[in-house]
Ligand binder design. Structure first.
Ligand SMILES: Cc1cc2nc3c(=O)[nH]c(=O)nc-3n(C[C@H](O)[C@H](O)[C@H](O)COP(=O)(O)OP(=O)(O)OC[C@H]3O[C@@H](n4cnc5c(N)ncnc54)[C@H](O)[C@@H]3O)c2cc1C
Length: 276
């Protein structure tokens, strides 16, 4: 029997992030929230291996009470237990503070019920830092494999996992000792339609909520804004630039295109000064 843990984030359902110029924080009002896409594929991968090896899946998330919906979605995908880490004291956490909150919760779960493999998404589509997974692995001193695209083998008897990971140049095959932490690409698993029994289970499922004092007693200097070394000094939406001129080489020919571009560069004083 295997014990798999997936850490998920609820994110705004938009890539068109809008920042409140006054507060510098994200405008979430009126923006539907979803399960972070990379995390949905991570849950699907965990569910595949739960079916293959037998066992259970625990899901954790740090977020506002509304993040319960994202946990419910994970139960629909085959998870067994959902823990919401929710407390006003966690608000404003940057990736350093977030990884502390998650790592301490995982340490508590691992003490009570040893975890074999941990799944994180490659990144969250709002913060986009891809820092939380590596931060948690470092704090727990678990082997870390990032950009995982396929799990070839989980061998509990010999205590290792065999993973394919994507790099710019090639696919690497990595062997790591269990428990290990993966950050997952979307290729790691297809998201299946929810099975009826899981759908029914999710409708009845009661989420467990953990606070900053119970059952883990967090060091309040390490959580929320207080525990976040990242200080957002200024935020804003970058100015949209007018599209540049387009030259269709097929229409005007290569020589004409190059000559025209060259002339324009020369006539543009800031470019011309490069040649002086
Ligand atoms: C627009 C924007 C920009 C930001 N820029 C920064 C920044 O530059 N530096 C910084 O420190 N913080 C930044 N933050 C704050 C940051 O989003 C939070 O700290 C967040 O909790 C984690 O970072 P992330 O969203 O980049 O997640 P990532 O590191 O990209 O997430 C990777 C994976 O970690 C797991 N994970 C992430 N958050 C949670 C969670 N709350 N609960 C459970 N699992 C989770 C998921 O598996 C996720 O797929 C930014 C937030 C926003 C909205």
């Amino acid at each position: 029997m295997i014990h798999l843990l997936v850490s998920i984030k609820q994110v705004p359902d938009t890539t068109n992030i809008r920042i409140d110029p006054e507060t510098g924080s994200l405008i979430r009002k009126g923006v539907p929230a979803i399960l972070n896409p990379y995390d949905a594929h991570a849950v699907a991968a965990a569910a595949e291996w739960k079916r293959k090896l037998g066992g259970k899946i625990t899901i954790i998330t740090m977020g506002p009470p509304s993040a319960t919906l994202a946990l419910q979605e994970c139960i629909e995908l085959g998870a067994d237990r959902g823990i919401l880490l929710s407390d006003r004291k966690f608000a404003g956490s940057d990736t350093w503070a977030t990884s502390y909150v998650l790592a301490e919760a995982i340490r508590k779960i691992h003490e009570e019920d040893p975890i074999d493999l941990l799944f994180f998404g490659k990144q969250a589509i709002d913060g986009d830092t891809a820092q939380v997974g590596p931060g948690v692995a470092t704090r727990l001193e678990f082997p870390l494999i990032t950009y995982a695209t396929n799990i070839r083998e989980i061998n509990q008897d010999e205590g290792f996992v065999l993973i394919e990971r994507k790099t710019e140049l090639r696919t690497e095959i990595i062997r790591a000792t269990l428990p290990a932490l993966l950050t997952c690409e979307k290729e790691i698993a297809e998201i299946p339609y929810a099975a009826l029994p899981d759908l029914i289970k999710s409708l009845r499922y009661e989420t467990e909520t953990w606070t900053a004092e119970d059952p883990v007693i967090y060091d309040e200097t390490k959580i929320g804004l207080k525990g976040s070394p990242t200080k957002v000094s200024k935020t804003g939406t970058p100015k949209q630039h007018e599209p540049g001129e387009t030259f269709k080489v097929a229409e005007i020919g290569l020589k004409e295109s190059v000559d025209t571009v060259f002339e324009k560069m020369i006539s543009n004083s800031s470019v011309a000064s490069l040649w002086e």
